[in-house]
Structure formats: structure tokens, C-alpha cells
Design a protein around this ligand. Structure first.
Ligand SMILES: [Zn+2]
Length: 105
């Protein structure tokens, strides 16, 4: 599923000024676990029924878009989000750059 410029009412939503947002479980503990399992398994109930919804915030002049992906477990409704950016040298989910550094140190 892919939606443009429209932010639904997710749990614990925090909207950033550029149109990206964070929602659901934003704890490092959960998000690092989810990152390590490849965004495939719920960190609360271990289900692999994860539904990803991509939200595009905007496009830059060069065509690179940025936005937020929301991941919801279809079993227990655990939810988290990761911000993405098609541009730059950082990973697509650029918040995970910090996770990798943390894991390597
Ligand atoms: Zn779950």
C-alpha cells in the first residue's frame, strides 16, 4: 500500500515539520530487534504477519523522495515506523545508521 501526503491517525503519532512522522513503539530496544530481523517479525508476538504502509512526505527538486514507512503486526497490532530517504549516503531507513554503529561498538 502506498499513500501520498496523507497521514492517518496512527497511535502515538508525532508529525515532523517536513511531513515525515513517527508513530507507535519508538523504543530503541524494539526497533533494534525489528531492524535485526529484517523488519519481518513482530518483536512482541513473533508473528511474521507484518503489514508495511509507505507514506511519501515529498519529493526534492532532483526527484528523490522521502517519507515514513509504518509497520503493523496483523496479530497483536504492534506498530512502529521508520523514516526513509531516497537521497544521500545514509541507509534508506536512515535512522538505522545509529543502530548499526551501536551494534558495532
Ligand atoms: Zn505482534
Amino acid at each position: 500500500m502506498h499513500t501520498n501526503n496523507e497521514i492517518p491517525a496512527y497511535e502515538n503519532i508525532f508529525i515532523l515539520s517536513n511531513g515525515q512522522f513517527k508513530c507507535g513503539d519508538q523504543s530503541n530496544e524494539s526497533r533494534i530487534k525489528f531492524f535485526e530481523n529484517g523488519y519481518r517479525k513482530c518483536v512482541k508476538c513473533d508473528s511474521d504477519k507484518i503489514i508495511k504502509t509507505e507514506h511519501k512526505a515529498a519529493c526534492r527538486w532532483n526527484g528523490d523522495a522521502y517519507g515514513t514507512d509504518v509497520f503493523i503486526c496483523n496479530e497483536c497490532k504492534w506498530i512502529t515506523s521508520f523514516q526513509w530517504d531516497e537521497g544521500g549516503d545514509s541507509p534508506y531507513y536512515y535512522e538505522t545508521e545509529y543502530f548499526t554503529k551501536k551494534l558495532n561498538n
